[in-house]
Ligand binder design. Structure first.
Ligand code: BTN
Length: 274
């Protein structure tokens, strides 16, 4: 991918593989959070999939109550909303893992090496965080609205990243020296999510992609520190099962099964500093 572009919904649309699906794409200069706007659009019963993008956010949300900031025009801030008729068969809890798979697939079409998933759903490039996903669900009696918010550090320069994050976070530009076309990347992600939505409606489960997901995940075999609620668990990440649960074995040999949490540090065995 080459030149940097301003975001444009027409341009994103022109890159979509399946343009027959008519996914509405809304683009804003500045919003509070694209996740919130995506909810709003799904309240229209005629819309069952929508993409909302912004050049910047004033209250961008990250996981676990954190903020997500990105300077205007440099990142990709996009929420994809999916609306379903309420059905317990759809296993919404698997979407954070499925979404990381979709994002990994899209990113590896553009960057061919060293892009990995960090459990549960971060994307790292050369071991540093490149992208995060915030998945939110709201239910009414009749419908479930699933919002998948993607924050990707695309063309940010090193100085655009908050100083305290520069050792842990990165951007596509910082790692490769290239500027990327954000319209094309947005289209690649929309295509992947659209395909996944179809596959899920035909019965695809995380267990079906488990092997491939784990093959792309950098967490297994690493020494990790994980915040789970108020607890800090430290040990070796030994496996991720077919429901996405991570097992960490601490140095007393205790197995901790972790369904959700935040890895604050991961390093090859023996290299975690105290
Ligand atoms: C994380 O903590 O890693 C998740 C970050 C998700 C940020 C994205 S940016 C677009 C969307 N809108 C938000 O308010 N958050 C998500």
């Amino acid at each position: 991918m080459c030149e940097t572009h301003e975001l444009s919904s027409l341009s994103i649309d022109s890159y979509l593989l399946d343009r027959s699906a008519h996914v509405p794409i809304y683009l804003f200069d500045q919003v509070e959070s694209t996740n919130d706007l995506a909810y709003g659009y799904l309240s229209n019963p005629a819309i069952d999939m929508v993409a909302v993008l912004a050049e910047t956010q004033t209250s961008g949300r990250g996981r676990r109550g954190r903020a997500w900031t990105s300077p205007k025009g440099a990142g990709l801030l996009m929420s994809i909303g999916l609306s379903y008729e309420s059905s317990p068969a759809l296993h919404y809890e698997e979407w954070p893992l499925l979404a990381s798979w979709a994002l990994h697939r899209a990113l590896t079409r553009v960057i061919h090496e060293n892009v990995h998933i960090k459990w549960p759903n971060d994307i790292v490039l050369n071991e540093k965080k490149l992208a995060g996903i915030l998945t939110e669900l709201s239910s009414s009696a009749k419908r479930r609205n699933l919002i998948i918010g993607f924050g990707i550090n695309v063309n940010l320069r090193l100085e655009d990243l908050p100083e305290e994050l520069r050792k842990k976070a990165t951007s596509m530009f910082v790692e490769t020296g290239q500027m990327y076309n954000r319209n094309k990347l947005a289209a690649l992600i929309i295509d992947e999510v659209q395909q996944l939505r179809k596959d899920v409606s035909h019965g695809l489960r995380f267990s079906d992609i488990h092997e491939e997901w784990v093959a792309h995940c950098q967490t297994i075999g690493r020494h990790v520190r994980i915040v789970q609620g108020r607890d800090l668990i430290e040990g070796v990440a030994s496996s991720i099962d077919h429901s996405g649960i991570l097992t960490v074995i601490d140095d007393t040999g205790t197995h901790h099964r972790i369904a959700s949490g935040e890895i604050i540090e991961t390093s090859p065995l023996g290299q975690l500093s105290v």
